[in-house]
Design a binder for this molecule. Structure first.
Ligand SMILES: [Zn+2]
Length: 260
């Protein structure tokens, strides 16, 4: 998916009460964000779930953008320790531009302005990987990054909104990624108000993610949306009474389709 860019791989851009955070700036993040008038120099932080290229490809250029090429000493990067070992994914000359680099560890919490997030559990994936659970003054949401299924996902990511990476249509027991079947089970157990599917592999794309989302909505009773390139989701949508009849939008694209 990254090689074809059928779906973009730029990551998730959060704006939480004015605090802007970029999660997983994969290849094309600088192109996708500037195209949408999202300003790197407004970012407070970049968070990397893990070092794989489809999540980390543009971390250096986005760090340059966040710090205005080093002219502004600002911004933080959060990433697992192994993303800085052996072959660091962040160029060492950029470290002086930043206010800080913080290492993600299992079970730790981190704070940025009025936002806090935790990395509740280490995922099962070929490199050190964490998902994120955010708390803002009004809302909670989780991002389940790349992983194979394990019970800890169910106990770690209860929140109002669940963003989840689904790579496979059918289970592939030998590869550390979630399938649609895994995601159905996770949504049923966690019962968020809304679930957003993203990070589609080619098999999910061919099966049309919006059709899968509609089926999952009917099967779980949770509103499931398939992400598309440039899609915005307003957390205020989580405030109202749960409306199961709300249609999911017709879609053709997704923000971070990627397989690794
Ligand atoms: Zn990965």
């Amino acid at each position: 998916m990254v090689a074809t860019q059928i779906l973009a791989s730029g990551g998730l851009w959060l704006n939480l009460g004015g605090t802007e955070i970029l999660v997983d700036p994969g290849p094309g993040s600088i192109v996708q964000s500037t195209k949408r008038k999202l300003r790197g120099d407004q970012l407070s932080a970049i968070i990397l779930s893990h070092r794989h290229l489809d999540h980390a490809g543009d971390i250096n250029v986005m760090t340059e953008a966040m710090t205005q090429g080093g002219f502004k000493h600002r911004g933080r990067i959060f990433l697992p320790a192994d993303a800085l070992k052996d072959e660091p994914v962040v160029f060492s000359y950029l470290k002086n531009y930043l206010e800080g680099i913080e290492i993600l560890e299992e079970g730790k919490s981190y704070t940025l302005d009025r936002v806090s997030f935790t990395t509740p559990v280490r995922h099962i994936h070929p490199v050190e990987t964490y998902g994120l659970r955010f708390e803002t003054p009004e809302h909670t949401f989780s991002y389940i990054a790349d992983t194979r299924y394990f019970e800890g996902l169910i106990t770690s990511y209860r929140s109002e909104l669940l963003i989840i990476n689904v790579v496979f249509l059918e289970p592939h027991p030998t590869v550390d990624h979630l399938s649609v079947l895994d995601v159905k089970h996770i949504i049923r157990e966690l019962r968020p108000k809304v679930a957003i599917l993203t990070h589609f592999g080619m098999s999910v794309w061919r099966a049309r993610p919006w059709v899968i989302a509609e089926e999952l909505s009917q099967e779980t009773g949770v509103r499931v949306i398939s992400a598309r390139d440039g899609m915005k989701f307003d957390l205020a949508e989580l405030t109202g009474p749960r409306d199961l009849s709300a249609p999911t939008q017709p879609q053709q694209n997704d923000p971070s389709g990627a397989i690794d």
